[in-house]
Write a protein that binds this ligand. Structure first.
Ligand code: SER
Length: 321
């Protein structure tokens, strides 16, 4: 990895992965690409930034050529709930975007990181300690694009020798960029409510368990996987990743231990509840552990501590508290 392109650099993962990559490989070696013209000034000023719509294959190829890119972290995508509102648009962005990335990677011999998700599974999948290889029949368009994306990455590796590597992320929790329209977003929003002293309205039922991960683990996983010895990687679609599993009731209780006045009410969103019921509560990540030494660092208690500390610090620096 000498010259890196990050698509979706202004999104939930990209806003933190881009600075992490810049710290590791040098700011000039990491080109951030976003569809928005107004990224955070930190992202724009800290290194090269280009406005790019991944649906535009010619523009993507031009960026890769001009910056002599050899590795693409392809993060641009719509999340589950917004994708459900406009399936053709989700297909175009999530699927055509990936096809464009894989084609440019084939032409320019780039390695590709593709984030799949717990959404690549469905109600017929065993949802506790979901195996690496199992039934994948998602009911969401987002999940359909993730399964197709995993298979496509495998295909490009097998047939064209493209160095594709991917993970199946659990719901991601971070104090930097909020997710936009996903199903696991509640586990981020809940911390903002707790930090601001607001009652949190939870869209999922109290006992809906989902696999989750703190962002620092997610970033480290992406970097460690891309640095792993390719000879050891036999799964070229996407590796299950595990860190923690909790229900809304459990995360609320963990927050209450730190913020005694915290209160939560439930107002179930049928769309998100339906989606969540088809997603794993936990994942078996032994393939990732064996093939590239994956090891999570944050459990629920550590995540709650970090999130509340970071959000309080952000509020304090803005003079809000
Ligand atoms: N966190 C995503 C979502 O909720 C799943 O990958 O849509």
């Amino acid at each position: 990895m000498r010259r890196i392109l990050v698509t979706g650099a202004t999104g939930q993962v990209g806003s933190e992965l881009t600075p992490a990559l810049r710290r590791r490989y040098g700011a000039d070696h990491v080109v951030a690409a976003g569809h928005r013209t107004a990224p955070t000034s930190a992202l724009r000023e800290a290194g090269p930034f280009v406005v790019l719509d991944v649906r535009d294959a010619a523009a993507l190829a031009e960026v890769v050529r001009r910056h002599e890119i050899d590795t693409i972290f392809h993060l641009a995508a719509l999340l589950s709930a917004v994708a459900e509102a406009d399936p053709p648009r989700a297909w175009e962005i999530n699927m055509q975007g990936l096809v464009n990335v894989l084609e440019v990677a084939r032409a320019h011999r780039c390695a590709v990181f593709f984030p799949s998700s717990i959404a690549a599974f469905g109600p017929e999948t065993p949802l506790a300690r979901t195996p690496q290889v199992t039934i994948q029949r998602p009911h969401t368009i987002y999940g359909v694009t993730k399964v197709a994306g995993e298979l496509l990455c495998n295909y490009y590796h097998r047939h064209f020798g493209v160095d594709t590597r991917g993970v199946r992320y659990p719901g991601l929790i971070s104090a930097v960029a909020k997710p936009g329209g996903g199903t696991t977003d509640y586990a981020v929003e809940i911390f903002y409510a707790a930090n601001e002293g607001r009652v949190f309205t939870c869209p999922l039922k109290p006992d809906t368990a989902l696999a989750m991960m703190y962002m620092d683990d997610a970033l480290r996983a992406a970097i460690e996987l891309m640095e792993a010895d390719p000879a050891r990687l036999t799964d070229r679609n996407a590796f299950n990743l595990a860190a923690m599993s909790f229900t809304p009731a459990e995360i609320a209780a963990a927050i209450k231990e730190q913020v005694p006045g915290f209160a939560m009410v439930y107002e179930i969103d049928p769309l998100r509840q339906g989606i969540a019921e088809g997603w794993p509560a936990s994942l078996d990540d032994s393939a990732a552990r064996q093939q590239w030494g994956w090891q999570p660092a944050y459990d629920l208690a550590a995540t709650v501590r970090e999130m509340l500390t970071r959000l309080a610090a952000t509020s304090a620096s803005r003079g809000e508290r």
